[in-house]
Design a protein around this ligand. Structure first.
Ligand SMILES: Cc1cc2nc3c(=O)[nH]c(=O)nc-3n(C[C@H](O)[C@H](O)[C@H](O)COP(=O)(O)OP(=O)(O)OC[C@H]3O[C@@H](n4cnc5c(N)ncnc54)[C@H](O)[C@@H]3O)c2cc1C
Length: 499
C-alpha cells in the first residue's frame, strides 16, 4: 500500500499513563490528529504521585522499564522509586511534545458508535462538571489494568469503622502515619501487599500481619547474588515455558529437552527456597514454578523476609471472615488485633465506558478477553487497546503495541489480518490459555509475560520489520530485551505518513 493512501484521522487516546503517552506518540508521529484524555490532574497513571504508596519502586530493573528512545537517567537506581518514574514519564511527554495533545481532568464517561454514520466513535467527556460529546475516527484505549479499585467489604465493617477502625484500599495507603502505634492487617499476597506490610513495620505499627490466600513463587531482586534480569528475561529461558502455537517439530524438541528443563526449574526452586527460607516460613508454593510464572509473580519487597525473620511481621494463609468487637476474625478461626485493615486486593479489569453489547463481544463468560495481539477485537471496529496487557517490561510492551496499532488502524501492517484470521488466532490463544497454560488466564488473559520475545517477534513480523533480532545470536539468546535495540527494529519497519 502506498504512503499516500493513508488518510489523517482524528484519534482519541484515553489515559495519560505509560501507554497513553506511547500511543499518543505513535499516532502523532504518523501524522494523525491526536487528542489525549486523562481524568487525573497529572500524567503518569499508576505513577501519579497522589496514587503512589510510600516506598513504591519498580519491579523491573530500569533498563527493562523504559521507552526505546529514552533510557532512564544514569543516576537513577537499578529499581527506580515512584517519583523518579513519574519524572521520567513527564520527561518523555516533554521530549515528544505530547503535553499539549492531552486534556487533563477529562474523564471519558461513555463511547458510542458515531451517529453520523462515519467510522469511529462519539466520546462523552466530563470536564469541570460539564459533559460534552466529541467524534473521533479512531480510539486508542489506554486506561490500563489499575483504574477501577476492587472494593470488597466483610461483615462487621461498619461497626469496626464506627469504633475508630480504618479500612482502606492499598492505593489509599499514602500516609504511613496512619499505622503508627496501630495493629495493622494487610489482606493480599501481591507486591503491593508486601510493600505496605513492610512499610508499616518501619513506621511504628504495633503489629503487622499479612493475610493471603496461597503461597506463590516470589522472585528476589538478586537470585543467588545475580540481578534477576540476567537470569529470567532471556529467550533461552522463555523457550522453556509452554508457549502457544508450537509446530510439531518444536513440540518434539521440547519433549527431548524436557528433563533438562525440569532440572533447570527444580534448581531455581531450590535456590529460592534456600535463599528466602521459604520452608521455615511455610511459604513454599504447591505449584511448580514453570507453571506459575505470569504477570502475577511478585518481586520480593526488600526487607520482607528480614521482617519475617525479626518477628516484626506475621503471616496467615486465609482471608478475612469478619470484624468483631475484639478485632478481626480470619477464615482460619483466629481472631487477631486490628486497628487498620489494608485491602491489597487489586483492581477490576474493565472498560466501563464501553456499551454493554460491545463488552459482551470483548469479554468471554469466563472473563477471558478476545483480543488479537492483545490489542484489537474484530467486532469492535475503529478502536484498539494499548497497555491493556501486563508484562514484566510494560513500557516497552506499550510502545511496541502502540506502533503495531497505528499500522493496524491505517491498514499498513505487512500482515494485515482479516477478520477470520483474527478470530481464528483469538480462539487458538483462548484454547492455549484454558487447556495448556492456565497461568496465562490471569488478568483476563491479558498478560504477555513470560513470553515477551515471542510476542514482540509477532508484532515486528506483522509490521514488516527487516530486523527483529540482535546481530549477536548469543546476546539474543541470553540477554534481556534491550529497549534501544527494539527502537532499531521498529525503525526497520516500513515507514509512512498519513495526510
Ligand atoms: C505499584 C506498581 C508497580 C509497578 N511496577 C511495574 C514494573 O516494575 N514493571 C512493569 O512492567 N510494570 C509495573 N507495573 C504495572 C504498571 O501498571 C505498568 O507498568 C504501567 O504503568 C501501566 O501504564 P498504563 O498507562 O497502561 O496504565 P495506568 O498507569 O493505569 O494509566 C491509565 C490512565 O488512564 C486514566 N484513565 C482511566 N480511566 C479513564 C477515563 N475513563 N477517562 C480518562 N482517563 C482515564 C487513569 O487516570 C490513568 O492515568 C506496576 C504497577 C503498580 C501499581
Amino acid at each position: 500500500m502506498s504512503a499516500g493512501a493513508v488518510n489523517r484521522k482524528s484519534v482519541a487516546v484515553i489515559g495519560g499513563g505509560v501507554s497513553g503517552l506511547a500511543a499518543a506518540k505513535a499516532f502523532a508521529e504518523k501524522g494523525h490528529q491526536v487528542t489525549g484524555f486523562e481524568r487525573s490532574h497529572d500524567f503518569g497513571g499508576v505513577w501519579e504521585l497522589s496514587r503512589s504508596y510510600p516506598d513504591v519502586q519498580t519491579q523491573s530493573p530500569k533498563d527493562l522499564y523504559c521507552y526505546t528512545d529514552l533510557p532512564m537517567p544514569r543516576d537513577y537506581p537499578e529499581w527506580p522509586k515512584g517519583p523518579q518514574v513519574h519524572d521520567y514519564l513527564l520527561s518523555y511527554a516533554q521530549k515528544h511534545d505530547l503535553v499539549p495533545l492531552f486534556r487533563l481532568n477529562s474523564n471519558i464517561k461513555a463511547m458510542e458508535r458515531r451517529s453520523d454514520g462515519q467510522p469511529g466513535w462519539t466520546l462523552t467527556i466530563e470536564a469541570d462538571g460539564v459533559e460534552r460529546q466529541e467524534d473521533f475516527d479512531f480510539v486508542a484505549v489506554c486506561t490500563g489494568q489499575f483504574s477501577e479499585k476492587n472494593i470488597i467489604s466483610h461483615p462487621g465493617q461498619d461497626g469496626f469503622v464506627q469504633r475508630g477502625g480504618l479500612v482502606m484500599h492499598s492505593s489509599e495507603y499514602i500516609d504511613p502515619d496512619v499505622v503508627r502505634g496501630k495493629h495493622v492487617v494487610v489482606l493480599g499476597g501481591s507486591k503491593s501487599a508486601t510493600d505496605i506490610a513492610v512499610n508499616a513495620t518501619r513506621n511504628g505499627a504495633k503489629s503487622v500481619r499479612l493475610v493471603y490466600r496461597e503461597n506463590v513463587w516470589r522472585i528476589p531482586y538478586f537470585v543467588g547474588g545475580i540481578n534477576f534480569k540476567h537470569l529470567l528475561y532471556m529467550r533461552a529461558q522463555e523457550q522453556q515455558f509452554n508457549q502457544w502455537g508450537k509446530s510439531p517439530v518444536q513440540r518434539a524438541v521440547a519433549a527431548l529437552f524436557k528433563p533438562l528443563v525440569w532440572a533447570n526449574f527444580r534448581g531455581l526452586e531450590t535456590m529460592l527456597k534456600l535463599q528466602l527460607g521459604l520452608k521455615k516460613h511455610n511459604m513454599v508454593p504447591n505449584i511448580p514454578i514453570e507453571k506459575d510464572v505470569s504477570c502475577s509473580v511478585p518481586i520480593v519487597t526488600p526487607g520482607f523476609f528480614e521482617a519475617l525473620n525479626a518477628g516484626q511481621l506475621q503471616t496467615t494463609i486465609g482471608s478475612f471472615d469478619s470484624y468483631t468487637e475484639d478485632g478481626l476474625k480470619l477464615t482460619t478461626g483466629e481472631v487477631v488485633p486490628c486497628d487498620v485493615a489494608v485491602l491489597a486486593v487489586g483492581w477490576k479489569l474493565g472498560v466501563p465506558y464501553l456499551p454493554q453489547d460491545f463488552q459482551d463481544k470483548l469479554i468471554e463468560r469466563d472473563g477471558q478477553y478476545r483480543v488479537y495481539r492483545l490489542s484489537v477485537n474484530p467486532d469492535l471496529p475503529d478502536m484498539g487497546f494499548v497497555g491493556f496487557n501486563s508484562s514484566f517490561c510494560t513500557i516497552l510492551s506499550a510502545e511496541m503495541i502502540a506502533n503495531w496499532l497505528v499500522r493496524f488502524a491505517d491498514g499498513q501492517l505487512a500482515n494485515q489480518p482479516t477478520e477470520a484470521e483474527m478470530n481464528a488466532n483469538i480462539d487458538m490463544m483462548l484454547n492455549w490459555r484454558r487447556n495448556e497454560r492456565p497461568a496465562a488466564q490471569i488478568y483476563g488473559g491479558l498478560c504477555s509475560a513470560p513470553f515477551h520475545f515471542k510476542h514482540f517477534d509477532e508484532l515486528l513480523t506483522d509490521m514488516g520489520a527487516k530486523k527483529t533480532k540482535r546481530s549477536n545470536p548469543l546476546a539474543e539468546q541470553f540477554r534481556y530485551p534491550n529497549a534501544a535495540a527494539y527502537g532499531e527494529f521498529l525503525a526497520s519497519a516500513p515507514q509512512y505518513e498519513a495526510n
